[in-house]
Design a protein around this ligand. Sequence first.
Ligand SMILES: [Zn+2]
Ligand SMILES: [Zn+2]
Ligand SMILES: [Zn+2]
Ligand SMILES: [Zn+2]
Ligand SMILES: [Zn+2]
Length: 248
Amino acid sequence: MVCRNLARRHADAATHGDCAQCGTAIDYLAPANGTSRRLTPVSKRLCDECRHRSASLYMSADALRRRDGGNCHLCGLLVPATAQKPHPLAPEVDHVLPISRGGTHDPENLALAHKTCNIAKGGRPATWRRDPAEVAPMLAEWNRDGLTEPPKTCSVADCERRPESHGMCQKHRRRVVKYGTTELPQHPTHCTADHCDKPARSRGMCRSHYRKHLIGDKRCAVADCSKQVHTRQLCRRHYQRFLDNRPG
Ligand SMILES: [Zn+2]
Ligand SMILES: [Zn+2]
Ligand SMILES: [Zn+2]
Ligand SMILES: [Zn+2]
Ligand SMILES: [Zn+2]
């Protein structure tokens, strides 16, 4: 009894075969593009030449827009040039005959589509069309919001940096993640301990109050000494004695 995966691997033990497009003999064991050719279905294993050719023929959404105009070939409505992923109206390259049905990356098999329409189509046949009534409300919303141009600068007032994520530059986005606001937290200028007006040094406390905060209420480790810890779990006097007695 052999499990199905193992059986499939045995069936795929061939180390050589023909290019699915031109018939040239190819070595299945030689990796293509860094990945094993054997991960690709036999019907799609190509020689290097055919692989490069199909890759260079692959057209971008921008190229399709120039070729076919700016409308989605699935719903027939406009694909806003400035819509960007992950917006559902963003331009995407649709494979007219889906790859899963044997379609290729050839330009004749590519067409411009909304991201949402491309997703809705999935692996459906080449003749499938989307009801424009499903897309029209999204397009109306897009136009109403006046989002014809993506913002060129960070959404924080007076920040001229390029938006990286959530409409904010990297610096402001990091602040939101870290502090929950685009402002840096306000550090107090004076010690927050009661009855202390010294300038704040660390965590809103003056040097001596911060030290107390760090040490807490710890007492000297020497038996019978109840003085407050100064350094290394010892009070000032016992620490000095420790230093004096240190060899060397
Ligand atoms: Zn070939
Ligand atoms: Zn569409
Ligand atoms: Zn910014
Ligand atoms: Zn203080
Ligand atoms: Zn002590």
